[in-house]
Design a binder for this molecule. Structure first.
Ligand code: VGL
Ligand code: ZN
Length: 207
């Protein structure tokens, strides 16, 4: 049997979703230091790391001026679409772009592709990844959409509850998003729990 493994998926930690950005999540940048700890942990374990980014064309139908619900944000190649400057992505990080065509909202990272067009689900299968540890922005949109789609596709999910932040268009959206993901099978965890789990599974392999 091929070796099954865990990977980290950092969702949309981009300037436009952080304070001062075009679609800022309240305190969105508070996820950065804790995600940096997860990034260091997965890097040290040699586990795959994926970072998704919203990567929209200027005329995206997902933008208000073109009939969508959102102010323009994360326009591909723009400063707003860049990863947060303090997010320390290791060099082996695989960047996944999504929402890159006019008609594609791209909420779920599982709809995204690598630079050369490989869809993320195909890549995960090729890499024998069976569990995704998911954190980032925003809990009630792209994190939720990514988690729900990954579960549908058969992946196990650990939701990094100390490394997500919500848009909260309506009060309580974050809480409802948590409930929906957990009801679908996502397992909530925080940094200490994840680091213990990864350390003990590494020991099991060695025995
Ligand atoms: C997102 C709204 C619009 C997200 C992306 O990354 O959660 N939210 N586009
Ligand atoms: Zn978007």
């Amino acid at each position: 049997m091929p070796k099954r493994r865990a990977a980290l998926l950092v969702v949309d930690v981009q300037n436009d979703f952080c304070p001062g950005g075009a679609l800022a999540v309240t305190d969105g940048d508070r996820v950065v230091p804790v995600l940096n700890r997860y990034l260091a942990l997965f890097h040290r374990k040699g586990s795959p790391i994926f970072a998704s980014r919203d990567w929209h064309p200027t005329d995206s139908a997902h933008f208000k001026p073109h009939g969508g619900p959102w102010p323009p944000h994360c326009v591909k190649e723009s400063e707003g679409a860049a990863f947060h400057p303090r997010l320390t992505l290791p060099p082996e990080t695989i960047v996944i772009s999504k929402g890159a065509t006019r008609w594609d909202d791209g909420y779920s990272a599982l709809q995204g592709t690598t630079e050369n067009g490989t869809p993320l689900p195909l890549l995960l299968k090729q890499m024998a990844v069976d569990r995704l540890y998911v954190g980032g922005l925003a809990t009630d949109y792209c994190v939720k959409a990514s988690v729900m789609e990954a579960i549908k596709l058969g992946f196990s999910i650990t939701l990094l509850t100390d490394a997500v932040a919500a848009v909260n268009v309506a009060p309580g959206d974050e809480e409802r998003a948590f409930q929906e993901m957990i009801a679908a099978g996502a397992q909530p965890a925080t940094f200490d729990e994840v680091s213990q789990t990864l350390d003990s599974s590494a020991q099991k392999v060695e025995q």
